[in-house]
Design a protein around this ligand. Structure first.
Ligand code: NI
Length: 191
């Protein structure tokens, strides 16, 4: 396993649709997942998509540990690998929250997303995985799945004033505290 460089916005690879994994469970996929988990943890992130390390495959990893000092307010999310994931919104509840991205360091934007989703996909061994997620958990999965379609969170910002450098947003009182670098901050609003 190795910590890989994370591509930053502007790199064309981040804008391409990633390809389905053809042979889940093979050695190459296991090596990729190992690198992704190590890279996510080294960066202090809560999620990572394969295109962010320059691999055009539909693989995401995410997870939040309850004792992570960088995410004091984030609810724990089990460490999960999803291969060829598909998501569908459940219900009509759409909520804006601040998001960041390891590919867009130092910035945050307010992004509306469905509050509840259903997801399905495969794990690294090719076993089917499905479940429901809500809130922060659902937001991470949606953010990472967007990466697989070449979508970055600024594309989803409705109000361009709610996008900027963390220090400026803090100075303006729009965000508070120390925010996690990737990809979202739960329950953060003005004040
Ligand atoms: Ni991201």
């Amino acid at each position: 396993m190795a910590v890989r460089a994370v591509l930053r916005m502007g790199h064309p690879q981040l804008r391409r649709r990633a390809n389905e994994v053809e042979r889940p469970g093979d050695e190459a996929l296991n090596a990729l997942v190992g690198d992704m988990l190590e890279t996510m943890e080294a960066a202090g992130g809560v999620g990572l998509a394969a295109p962010q390390i320059g691999v055009p495959l539909r693989v995401i990893v995410f997870g939040v540990q309850s004792d992570n000092p960088r995410y004091p307010d984030a609810p724990p999310v089990p460490r999960t690998v999803l291969v060829n994931p598909e998501i569908t919104a459940r219900g009509r509840d759409v909520r804006p929250e601040w998001e960041g991205c390891l590919s867009i360091p130092g910035m945050r934007g307010l992004v509306p997303r469905p509050e509840r989703i259903r997801y399905r996909g495969l794990d690294a061994n090719g076993q089917e995985v499905e479940g429901e997620a809500r809130g922060f958990h659902a937001r991470i999965i949606q953010h990472e799945c967007d990466h697989l379609d070449g979508i970055l969170y600024p594309d989803r910002i409705v109000n361009p004033e709610m996008f900027g450098f963390i220090e400026e947003l803090k100075a303006a009182g729009l965000i508070a505290g120390d925010l996690p670098p990737e990809p979202a901050q739960p329950a953060t609003g003005p004040g």
